[in-house]
Design a protein around this ligand. Structure first.
Ligand SMILES: [Zn+2]
Length: 69
């Protein structure tokens, strides 16, 4: 359910990608020009850390809603 798409930096074709696969370091290829997109290996810890904080935020928002009802 996390599949999204981003425009190819080369030809602007929408490239479908899975967020979680991307976060695991999987690179995706543009179906039109075969440009490769992905997160640089050295950036993965930073991105994963940011995603974890985002997930925690989502949980907090969810539990806040629950307790208010
Ligand atoms: Zn492309």
């Amino acid at each position: 359910m996390q599949e999204q798409s981003i425009p190819c930096p080369v030809c602007q074709t929408k490239i479908p990608f899975d967020v979680h696969a991307l976060l695991r370091g999987v690179a995706f290829t543009c179906p039109s020009c075969f440009a490769s997109i992905g997160i640089a290996q050295e950036a993965l810890p930073t991105v994963n850390d940011a995603m974890q904080k985002l997930e925690e935020l989502k949980k907090n928002i969810h539990s806040a809603k629950k307790s208010s009802s």
